[in-house]
Design a protein around this ligand. Structure first.
Ligand SMILES: [Zn+2]
Length: 320
């Protein structure tokens, strides 16, 4: 078993070294032409080298140009999720997202889905403590696909919140605002037989105008934590915070509603939870409350009407 792991790890290292060389060559090629040609398949799927993590949660690839063709552009909404492979891993999730696909019902628990490499582990220094999230390929806010095993991978908190979420918010807000459609494709990139993806490739292109256009790679890493991508095992600073069990204060809790087995507590009198980044407000038991970063999460005792007057919008999912 140990030998097996060692083999996988050294294979990954040489893959990465090889990747640096390929990336260099690719960089030279791109520098030579002013406008990179559109590719019909996503770069990672086509076998291009993966970028190296260098401190930023995501990087533009393919000149930030998505690989859709003119023929792909459609104003008819659809969504497609690849079948799991022989190892149980997700493949590309692809959609044309319009308002008609966006969720209208309250989100249900996804805790019964166990994506490949899944471990519920906590470390010191991670926002909301858990290393891994059940990470939607296409965000729930975009297509309302929730407990779909073909749309959930084991992703670090860092990739979920710092990597993918800013792009998801941009797309959701754009569709919300314009009623336009966005071609949207997310491809998890698994190296070899690894059970944990190295990262995800995200492509988006708005159909009716050029309001949204990007092609990025988000790194499935967590700063300060070592991850064995073959198995999902990890190592890092020991978790020293309070245990989940025995939250005895009188706060509002959302036990049983979160993706982890976590219980969030809020001060007595909490009516709603604000996301100070997206300016949405949620019921305390909304799954989005678990997903948002601590720094954006603010309990309030104000009424619905007061919050709307202050410029906050009710969440589509929990409909406060
Ligand atoms: Zn909500």
């Amino acid at each position: 078993m140990w030998n097996q792991k060692q083999n996988n790890m050294s294979k990954n290292t040489s893959l990465k070294k090889c990747g640096i060389g390929l990336l260099f060559v690719l960089g030279l090629l791109l520098a030579g032409c002013t406008k990179p040609e559109r590719q019909t398949t996503p770069a990672a799927v086509a076998g291009s080298a993966l970028p190296e993590y260098a401190g930023e949660p995501s990087v533009a690839i393919n000149g930030n140009v998505p690989s859709f063709t003119e023929a792909d552009l459609t104003t008819t909404s659809f969504e497609h999720y690849s079948d799991l492979d022989a190892l149980g891993r997700c493949g590309t999730a692809y959609a044309c997202i319009g308002r008609d696909l966006m969720p209208t019902e309250e989100r249900e628990s996804i805790s019964e889905v166990h994506p490949t490499g899944w471990h519920a582990v906590k470390y010191a220094g991670i926002d909301r403590d858990y290393l891994y999230n059940r990470c939607h390929l296409i965000a729930y806010s975009l297509t309302g696909e929730n407990a779909n095993e073909k749309n959930l991978i084991t992703g670090t908190r860092y990739m979920n919140k710092e990597g993918m979420n800013p792009y998801e918010i941009r797309v959701a807000d754009y569709i919300d605002r314009t009623g336009n459609h966005v071609l949207y494709r997310v491809t998890p990139v698994f190296e070899g037989d690894n059970l944990i993806a190295s990262g995800v490739e995200m492509e988006a292109q708005s159909v009716e105008d050029d309001g949204i256009s990007f092609h990025v790679y988000c790194f499935n890493v967590q700063p300060g934590i070592t991850i064995d991508y073959a198995t999902g095992d990890s190592a890092g600073p020991a978790y020293t915070g309070e245990s989940d069990a025995g939250t005895t204060n009188d706060g509002v809790t959302n036990a049983g509603k979160t993706s982890q087995t976590e219980t969030l507590t809020f001060p007595e009198g909490t009516t709603y939870i604000l996301n100070t980044n997206t300016l949405k407000f949620h019921r305390p038991d909304c799954e989005s409350v678990y997903e948002m970063s601590d720094r954006n999460c603010q309990p309030t005792d104000k009424s619905r009407e007061e919050l709307i007057q202050e410029g906050y919008d009710p969440c589509h999912s929990c409909r406060p």
